[in-house]
Design a protein. Sequence first.
Length: 132
Amino acid sequence: MTKTIEANKALVLEAFDTLFNKRDYKAAERYWSSNYIQHSAHIPPGRDGLFNLIRSAPAALKYEPGTIVAEGDYVIVHGRFSNTGMPRNWIAVDIVRVDDDMLAEHWDVLQDEATEAESQSGLPMFGTKFPG
């Protein structure tokens, strides 16, 4: 089971890098199921909905993964999306269900990244320092 969990974590990280950072849509088809189920309120349905959203994002879009945990078929990644074309970076928790070595289903929680001045804790929401 540990091997599968580690393989699922590696699969999700590779898939996210391929789509969000490399913007290699053909290669990304190997990672996202053609029957991909999308639960995000921000992303249109299916694999095409996700791919088309990324196609419409600024070329400078960057995804940085942080903490990643997995149990069974589920992988959870805490990450940062920057250069989104929005006023703020997004801090994301992405929950992915892996099935047959492909990303089959997705949920997310997204939040605008707080500045140092806005942070009540005085700590960054992602990583060890505030951006920029």
